[in-house]
Design a protein around this ligand. Structure first.
Ligand code: UD1
Length: 338
C-alpha cells in the first residue's frame, strides 16, 4: 500500500513516516522544505533502513499536484501534514495561511475524489475548541470562533473535508485534533527542527537549556490555574505518529463508522508551563533560566483532551509521559548542537 505523506520531512510528518514504514507501508513524501530539511530523509533511513521516495514540490502549484497524482496512480492514501503553523505569523499574513493551508487541501481532495476509493488523514488541532467550557475536552465540545487565521484554517479544513465526504461516498477521512505535540524519536535520529526563534514552549525550553537562548519567557502567571501558568496536554510525537497509522488502518480496513470522523489526540493529562520547566530540569539536571512576563495575546488558559473516543474507537492510547517525552527532546537538542 503506497501512502502519500505531505509535509513528511516536518516534525510530526517524519515521525509518522517512520511508523508507517515500520508497519510495511510504502511511503512517498511531498515537502517544499519551507520549514524542514532534506537531511531528515537520512534520519528516517537510519531508523527504518529505508529511504522513502521524496518529491520536493510546492502544493500551491495545482498543476504539479495533478501531475503528481497522474504519475502515482497507486497512491490512494494520503496523510496531509503540509501546512503553515505559526499563530502570530498567520495574523500578519492571513492570505498566505489561507492559500497554504486551504488551497493545497482543496487540490489534494480534488485528486482523491477522482479515485474509486481513497483514504485521507487530516492534521487538525485542539485550537478548534478555543477556550472550551469544560475539561477534559471531548470531540462534542463546540467549535469556537477562531482566534487566528491559522486556527481558522484548521476549522475550515475540517468543514471542507466534511462537506466533500458528504457527497463523495468513496472518500473516507479522519481529522485528528492534536493537543501539544513534543519530543523526538528515541533513536535521536529525528526530532523538531524549528527554523528561527521557536514559537512553541518545548523547543524554546531545550534551546534555552543548551544556551542558544538566554532565557525563556513564561507568558503569564496570573491565570486561574493552581500555579498561575497555562495548562496544556503535551503529547509525545511518537505516540501521535502511531495514532496516524492506526487511523489510516481503520479506513483501509473499512472499520470506520462514517466516512468522516474526528478524534482528539492527547494524553488526557494537563501540565502547566512551570511543570514543563520542572520536568526539563529533572531530565537535564540543569536549572532553566526563565522569567515571568505578560500574558501572550490569544493564549487560552487550559486545554487537555478527553481521549475516551480515541482509546475505545481507535484502540489507541498515549504511552509516554511528559517527562519521558522531555527527555527525548533534550537528547535531540544536545545531539543537533554537538
Ligand atoms: C499553539 C496553537 C495551536 C497550534 C500550536 C502549534 C492556539 C491557541 N494554539 O499552541 O493551535 O497547533 O501552537 O504551533 O492557537 N509558552 C511560554 N513561553 C514560550 C512559549 C510558550 O510561556 O516561549 C506557553 C504558552 O503561553 C502556552 C504554552 O507555553 O501556555 C504552550 O505554548 P505553545 O507551545 O506555543 O502551544 P499553544 O499555544 O498551546
Amino acid at each position: 500500500m503506497k501512502v502519500l505523506v505531505t509535509g513528511g520531512l516536518g516534525f510530526i510528518g517524519s515521525h509518522t513516516v517512520v511508523e508507517l514504514q515500520n508497519k510495511g507501508f510504502e511511503v512517498v513524501i511531498i515537502d517544499d522544505c519551507s520549514n524542514s530539511d532534506e537531511s531528515v530523509l537520512d534520519g528516517i533511513e537510519a531508523i527504518t533502513g529505508k529511504k522513502p521516495a521524496y518529491e520536493k514540490l510546492d502544493l500551491k502549484e495545482k498543476h504539479k499536484v495533478e501531475d503528481f497524482f497522474q504519475r502515482y496512480q497507486d497512491v490512494t492514501g494520503v496523510i496531509h501534514f503540509a501546512a503553515s503553523k505559526a499563530v502570530g505569523e498567520s495574523v500578519e499574513k492571513p492570505l498566505l495561511y489561507y492559500e497554504n493551508n486551504i488551497g493545497t487541501l482543496v487540490y489534494i481532495l480534488k485528486e482523491l475524489c477522482k479515485k474509486n476509493k481513497a483514504s485521507f488523514i487530516f492534521s487538525s488541532s485542539c485550537t478548534v475548541y478555543g477556550q472550551a467550557d469544560e475539561m477534559p475536552i471531548t470531540e462534542d465540545a463546540p467549535v469556537k470562533v477562531a482566534e487566528s487565521p491559522y486556527g481558522n484554517t484548521k476549522q475550515m479544513g475540517e468543514e471542507i473535508i466534511a462537506d466533500t465526504c458528504k457527497v463523495t461516498p468513496d472518500l473516507n477521512a479522519i481529522a485528528l485534533r492534536y493537543f501539544n505535540p513534543m519530543g523526538a524519536h528515541p533513536s535521536g535520529e529525528i526530532g523538531e527542527l524549528p527554523k528561527g526563534v521557536p514559537q512553541n514552549l518545548v523547543p524554546f525550553i531545550t534551546q534555552t537549556g543548551i544556551g542558544l537562548r538566554e532565557e525563556l519567557s513564561v507568558f503569564g502567571d496570573d491565570y486561574p490555574t493552581p500555579d498561575g501558568t497555562c495548562i496544556r496536554d503535551y503529547i509525545y510525537v511518537v505516540d501521535l505518529a502511531k495514532a496516524h497509522v492506526v487511523a489510516l488502518e481503520r479506513l483501509l480496513n473499512g472499520n470506520n463508522e462514517s466516512n468522516y470522523e474526528v478524534f482528539n489526540v492527547g494524553t488526557g493529562t494537563g501540565s502547566s508551563v512551570l511543570e514543563a520547566i520542572q520536568s526539563f530540569e529533572k531530565v537535564s539536571g540543569r536549572k532553566l533560566n526563565y522569567k515571568i512576563v505578560d500574558r501572550r495575546a490569544g493564549d487560552i488558559t487550559t486545554a487537555y483532551a478527553d481521549t475516551t473516543k480515541a482509546n475505545k474507537v481507535l484502540g489507541w492510547k498515549a504511552e509516554y509521559t511528559l517527562e519521558q517525552a522531555m527527555n527525548y527532546a533534550w537528547i535531540w537538542e544536545q545531539k543537533i548542537r554537538d
